[in-house]
Design a protein around this ligand. Structure first.
Ligand code: UD1
Ligand code: CA
Length: 454
């Protein structure tokens, strides 16, 4: 592909009401692959390294803008109110484009599947045409806008509502994605009217206006699977299946070992290294990276964490945000780790909660250990030194520090610092009462027998 040197501004439309979602949550924020829909659009668009990112908000603007602060702090948001159509929406970007010299590309906050490759192909097509639209040929053209072509030239776009029978017979449809010089686009948009069946300002009037102005327009085609827009819950459910299928296939191609990829769920930003093993029924929430050669065993749930090479996690493990699992560390069944670093070679093999903690290299955490990190008001830290041995059923009441090579006796409740190399025992002393168990059993048996006669 020939590169293009013109700077790029992305304009993402995310103002629409999304009525058919039947939801209080604005449509661009509905989750797909554990990320808001609009994050998918932005991820594809920002792969083209745009100089500016402009998002048009409207319905639920405050909530959408707050999320954008998190996922794309570089985005400039512009409110569109009222929402008078896609052409009107793009025109709202005029001020944010002030002083910008380059191409503008229009994307949609509810169309998450456009690939960077397709968007890049539009930029290349711009080398030969003033306006480039992205088209597709669906099995059922339904109510999509129709692209009226003459060879390579795009004469105009006709919205379904405004189309005559001949135009409705056209099978080349409008995805909505547009690329044009930003200044040219804004100039053309100022000419559009709402004189059409919907009474809206259509972005789709741009190609015809370009032709009238002596400019050229074209449309390139992409696979229909890229153009899927989300308008309803049912479409969102189908989109999730499509997203998961694509991610599974990509990761298999990238060298990840999976016995049953169809049972594994990924997030938009899941990163998994080559030769990592992901067993069946593993769920990845947002912000997880798993290094090459790590092993995530069946039925584990991970979010906001990093698993280093050679580490083994699960089966049935839960890694929560801030879990940092070192090289060759082991996190076993029914272990929960949150905001804690488990250093190289350390083991937490069974039934434990490790939160707000540091576990040193090669430390061994016995079954049933709990870092008691919360006093009902504040969180406190536990620090466990390298090569420490924490006996089973130890309660570590934070804030507390266990020294290097220190040990705790099983069943201890640790509230004080343990020096390096010390053994802490903190439990009641054992007393054996000879014959008392037999006596007690006989007494209880007698009571029960008396009761059943009543
Ligand atoms: C649009 C195209 C149509 C194309 C179809 C592909 C127009 C006039 N028609 O139709 O040719 O086949 O997409 O899906 O562009 N939006 C705003 N502000 C507005 C109006 C819309 O931000 O004032 C946003 C919506 O949130 C949505 C997107 O623009 O994300 C598309 O708007 P929508 O009304 O759904 O357009 P379609 O009727 O689907
Ligand atoms: Ca739509």
């Amino acid at each position: 592909m020939q590169a293009t040197s013109r700077p790029l501004a992305l304009i993402v439309l995310a103002a629409g009401a999304g009525t058919r979602m039947n939801s209080d949550l604005p449509k661009p924020l509905h989750p797909l692959g554990a990320a808001p829909l609009v994050a998918h659009t932005i991820a594809a668009g920002t792969a083209l390294e745009p100089a500016r990112l402009i998002v048009i908000t409207g319905h639920g603007a405050e909530q959408v803008e707050a999320t954008l602060q998190d996922i794309a702090p570089e985005a400039v948001t512009v409110r569109q109110s009222p929402q008078l159509g896609t052409g009107h929406a793009v025109l709202q970007a005029a001020e944010a484009l002030d002083g910008f010299d380059g191409d503008a590309m229009v994307l949609y906050g509810d169309s998450p599947f456009f690939t960077p490759e397709t968007l890049q192909a539009m930029r290349i097509a711009r080398n030969a045409h003033d306006v480039v639209m992205l088209g597709f040929r669906p099995d059922d053209p339904g109510r999509y806008g129709r692209l009226v072509m003459d060879g390579d030239a795009l004469q105009k776009i006709v919205e379904y509502k405004d189309a005559d029978a001949d135009e409705r017979a056209i099978t080349f449809c409008n995805s909505g994605v547009l690329c044009a010089d930003a200044g040219t686009l804004m100039g053309l948009l100022k000419q559009i009217t709402n004189d059409n069946a919907s009474g809206e300002y259509y972005l789709t009037d741009v190609p015809e206006l370009a032709n009238k102005a002596g400019l050229t327009a074209t449309a390139i085609a992409c696979d229909p699977s890229e153009t899927i827009g989300i308008n309803s819950r049912a479409e969102l459910v189908r989109a999730e299946a499509q997203f998961q299928a694509q991610r599974r296939a990509e990761l298999v191609d990238a060298g990840v070992t999976m016995q049953a990829p169809d049972t594994v769920h990924f997030a938009l930003d899941t990163h998994i290294g080559r030769d990592a093993v992901i067993e069946p029924y593993v769920v990845f929430g947002p912000d997880v990276s798993v290094e090459s050669g790590a092993q995530i065993r069946a039925f584990s749930h991970l979010e906001g964490c990093h698993v280093s090479a050679g580490a083994v996690v699960g089966p049935y493990a839960r890694l929560r945000p801030g879990a940092e699992i070192g090289n060759n560390a082991k996190i076993g069944n029914f272990v929960e780790v949150k905001a804690a670093e488990i250093s190289e070679g350390a083991k937490v093999n069974h039934l434990s909660y490790i939160g707000d903690a540091f576990v040193g290299e090669r430390a061994n955490i016995g079954a049933g250990t709990v870092t008691c990190n919360y006093d009902g008001f504040m969180k406190h830290r536990t620090t466990i030194g390298a090569d420490a041995f924490i006996g089973s059923d130890t309660m570590l009441v934070a804030p507390v520090t266990v020294g290097i090579e220190a040990m705790t006796a099983s069943g201890s409740t640790i509230t004080d610092h343990i020096p390096n190399g010390a053994l802490a025992i903190s439990r009641a002393k054992q007393v054996n009462k000879t014959g008392l168990a037999v006596k007690l059993r006989n007494r209880l048996k007698a009571i029960k027998a008396a009761k059943s006669k009543d």
